[in-house]
Every structure is written in C-alpha cells, then in structure tokens.
Ligand binder design. Structure first.
Ligand code: GUN
Length: 290
C-alpha cells in the first residue's frame, strides 16, 4: 500500500507556483490576487478559508478575505460579487460554501463572472469542462486528478466508481475520469443515495473516489484487493481527548481499507491540501490570462 501524500505533493506544486509568481512579478510587475467571501460562522468553512489565505501567502499571492455575518442578505452578497467582478485588481475569487439557508447558492454562483470563477462552479465553466474545453476545473476534482498524475497511477480502461453526485465534487469527478485523456479513459460508475447494492458495485472498482461526507462509509468488504482509494470526506467528530475538541474523519474506514489498497489518501493530508493547491493553480491561470 502506498500513501498518496497530498501534503507533500501540494508543497511541491506550490514551489512551482511560487517560481511562476516570481516570473510574473519580474516580467509584468503583477502579483496574482485571490479574494474569498465567507458568510456566517461555520467552523469548517472558517478553517478552509484561513488555509486558502495562508496558502496564498506561501506562494507569494495577494489575498483578500471578505467576512460577513450569518444574516447577510442575498442582495448584498450579489452586490459584493458584482463589485469583485468589476475590480481589476482581483484576478479571481470564491464564495465559500455552504451559504446560510436564506441565500440561493445557484443565484450566487451565476453572479460570479466566469473569467473570475476560479472555483470552476459557474455553469459556463462546468459546460466547458463537459466539452473538454480549457476552463477552471473545480478545485477538489482537479486536485485528485493532479494526485493521480503525480503518482503516475494507471487509469486507462479501469473501472472508476465515484460515490456522491455533488455539483462540486462527485459530478465533475465522474466526467473527468471518463475523458479521453490521462488521467481518464475510465469506465465510470456514479453512485448516489438511490444506488442499490452499492457494495457489489464498489467491489468491482479499480479506483474508488468517495465524496459523501459520511464518516467511514467505505468498509473493508466493499473494496477489492489492490484498489486505488481516494477519500474526499472530512468530517469533524467530537473528541475530548484532542486539544481542539474534535478529530477529522474521512469517508473511508482507513485502518481496515488501507491494507487492501494499492494506493490510498489519508485524512487529513490527502485530498484537502490538493484542493487548496488547485485553487492556487486556477488563480495563477486567471492572472496569466489577464
Ligand atoms: N466548500 C467546500 N469545498 C469548497 C470549495 O472547493 N470551494 C468553495 N467555494 N466552497 C467549498
């Protein structure tokens, strides 16, 4: 079993990004600038956004964080997005999800200008992804693709089972793994809450990508010997024995599944850091395009 070390891989990619930033600064006097909007007090979202800001500093990007209270109105959020769309000093921006319930997430995503949508969530960018046109690929699927590439994992002709059909992970992931390229060329099965006999399907998988948010969903008896296992889940579980009061648990029963796998991502330190690095890649691209 080989651990897919997202932390180490992302630091290597971040070193390359930092070099490109130096070139951009020297040649064009430009510093890539990522902005993030965070609405409300969701603990995990605050952690993720802080990590994104820290990663920007690490590679020499400028970053701006706009924080708003839980009761921030949809109208005001849309107006802020308009302002960022028009702000030439910002190359790309994200609106951290989830949003409070009174805000229509689809409306918010559609308000982001596709050229600044470094999360790759806008329907225009999703459409480009489906058409295999150049675009911003959403950060988590893009990070998984980079990890498979980095470890030179064979994907052609393999059966890839994606569990979870979310707009930001499962659905784009299933499209990427079926594309006629590397990594890709898989036979893809997309499983979701209505899928019957899921264990029968996962047992046939050469590559399993779990993005459900259900701690330790993927058990030992659901995985065939030698499978590649990618765990996107990261749930906080109360744990008084930890200084911060919780531990992070993935969607895979790691202890039992790891010995059966050929490759597996740890949680934390697998997909998470790759997601952040992919966001940096998209922001660099946005900055270079301008
Ligand atoms: N919430 C969970 N993952 C993401 C992500 O990749 N981007 C944004 N904007 N919100 C998220």
């Amino acid at each position: 079993m080989i651990l897919l070390d997202g932390k180490k891989t992302s630091l290597e990619i971040q070193a390359e990004i930092a070099e490109e930033v130096k070139v951009l600064k020297a040649n064009k006097g430009k510093t890539p600038h990522l902005a993030a909007i965070l609405v409300g007090n969701d603990g995990a979202s605050q952690t993720y956004v802080n990590a994104k800001v820290k990663a920007c500093e690490h590679v020499g990007f400028q970053s701006s964080l706009f924080r708003y209270p839980e009761d921030f109105s949809e109208k005001d959020l849309l107006a802020k997005i308009d302002a960022l769309n028009q702000d030439d000093s910002i190359d790309g921006f994200i609106v951290q999800l989830p949003l409070p319930k009174h805000i229509d997430v689809d409306k918010v995503i559609e308000q982001i200008h596709p050229d600044k949508d470094v999360d790759g969530f806008h329907p225009a960018n999703v459409g480009k992804l489906v058409k295999n046109f150049p675009t911003y690929i959403s950060a988590t699927p893009f990070g998984i693709i980079k990890l498979l590439e980095h470890y030179k994992i064979e994907t052609s002709g393999k059966h890839c089972v994606v569990i979870g059909r979310s707009q930001i992970v499962g659905l784009p992931m299933s499209i990427l793994m079926g594309r006629n390229t590397y990594p890709g060329n898989c036979t893809v099965t997309l499983c979701h809450s209505r899928t019957q006999n899921i264990a029968e399907i996962t047992r046939q998988a050469d590559i399993i990508i779990v993005a459900l948010g259900v701690p330790e969903f993927l058990k030992e008896d659901m995985v065939k010997e030698g499978a590649v296992v990618i765990d996107v889940g990261i749930t906080r579980i109360d744990d008084p024995s930890k200084a911060r009061g919780y531990r992070l648990v993935g969607d895979v029963d790691f202890e039992k599944v790891a010995p059966k796998s050929s490759y597996i991502t740890p949680v934390p330190g697998g997909v998470g850091p790759m997601t952040i690095t992919s966001l940096l890649c998209n922001t660099l691209l946005a900055s270079q395009k301008k």
